[in-house]
Design a protein around this ligand. Structure first.
Ligand code: HEM
Length: 351
């Protein structure tokens, strides 16, 4: 029997995942279940991400449309604007555009993040002994600040903790895909301002990536730190300077031609899964930050700097709380086979 409690699709959530990573760090292996090659060696991952013969995946929305007679119109248009769904000139153009957008609203986004976080932490920690760090504080804060980063103003009717980026997940159910398409339609309809439909799709695409990328890593970094410091005062915790773990445990690439790697023949069109969260354990028993969490090469994350800054702001604020705590419960978002994201982190606080 397998030593893992989770299925191969969720191995990155298993507490014994290091055994799996160790095997796939020594050399790449073919996984019949995943229908993909698997690599967990940070240096090899870097060289694959640097190699132009390994390209990003197409996310296959058209095949769902065709097979099921469904119309995932918004999903398809939005994915088209994800830099990480594009290669070549189209990718470079999009990437430059997103970098300029992030630079334009960088200070505004951080100011909103800081003031919203400060207000919510102060009011919620003083008014309640039991609180949900995610839904009460971080979800609204990240939402407001990243909406501003991408010039999105909503008319107030859209308040959900959206999980749009799950459309990047090949294994997500059709039911969930339909829900996401409906949520996207509602989200787009609640956007204010005189933007064309294309502009709306573009802005939402960038927001979706930033929102889930950041919240998933932030929630894991917080859970990891808190669970190792229970019953201490929040003000007494030594937080790591950079997020110690990531919420984006792996990336995928497709070979655009036959390649030889580790003596194995990777055929054109085959998928390779790159477990970058293994960089957290490299040469160490305790997880630690790795720059690889933000990817590598031409698709390296556009939000690296702003994410690091938001983490710094979060630490500065949370260490002003002079209360002890225990974690009452914490749960991952459902239907996630790519991201690792906490939906709830419930704390009970006391003097
Ligand atoms: C701690 C938070 C974050 C982490 C760990 C993270 C991680 C990543 C990773 C691993 C990639 C590479 C994907 C690939 O190569 O397939 C990536 C790409 C990207 N990230 Fe982030 N991200 C974070 C936050 C953000 C934020 C806040 C934004 C928006 C401001 C953002 C925007 C992007 C974009 C646009 C790309 C695509 C870049 C390209 O394809 O050239 N990310 N991110």
């Amino acid at each position: 029997m397998s030593q893992f409690t989770k299925s191969i699709f969720e191995i990155h959530k298993d507490k014994n995942k290091q055994d799996f990573y160790k095997k796939n760090a020594e050399k790449i292996n073919w996984s019949k279940d995943l229908d993909a090659w698997v690599c967990a060696d940070p240096e090899k991952i870097k060289s694959i991400l640097h190699d132009k013969d390994f390209i990003v995946t197409s996310y296959e929305v058209d095949s769902f449309n065709l097979k099921l007679g469904l119309d995932f119109k918004n999903t398809k248009n939005i994915i088209g604007y994800f830099p990480l769904a594009n290669e070549g000139e189209a990718h470079l153009k999009l990437k430059k555009q997103v970098m300029a957008q992030v630079a334009k609203n960088y200070d505004l986004c951080l100011n909103i993040f800081s003031s919203q976080l400060e207000g919510l932490i102060d009011s919620i920690f003083t008014s309640y002994d039991t609180l949900d760090l995610m839904q009460d504080i971080l979800v609204p804060t990240v939402n407001e600040s990243l909406l501003a980063l991408f010039d999105i103003k909503l008319n107030g009717s859209y308040k959900k903790d959206m999980g749009f980026s799950q459309v990047l997940d090949k294994f997500v159910s059709i039911k969930r895909r339909i829900e996401i398409e409906n949520d996207l339609t509602e989200f787009l309809a609640s956007m204010e301002g005189n933007f064309s439909q294309d502009q709306r799709h573009y802005n939402v695409a960038q927001f979706v990536i930033g929102y889930d990328g950041f919240l998933s890593s932030l929630s894991n970094a917080i859970y990891f730190t808190l669970s190792n410091n229970q019953e201490k005062k929040l003000s007494a915790i030594l937080w790591q300077e950079n997020m110690p773990v990531t919420g984006i445990p792996y990336l995928a690439r497709i070979a655009s031609k036959d390649k030889i790697l580790d003596g194995e023949k990777i055929l054109k069109g085959q998928l390779i899964r790159l477990y970058l969260d293994n960089a957290a354990f490299h040469n160490s028993d305790a997880p630690h930050f790795s720059e690889l969490f933000f990817g590598y090469g031409i698709h390296k994350c556009v939000g690296t700097q702003i994410s690091k800054k938001m983490w710094e702001i979060f630490i500065k604020k949370i260490i002003t709380i002079d209360k002890k705590f225990i974690i009452k419960s914490a749960s991952y978002r459902k239907d996630d086979y790519v991201f690792l994201k906490y939906q709830n982190i419930i704390l009970e606080t006391y003097e």
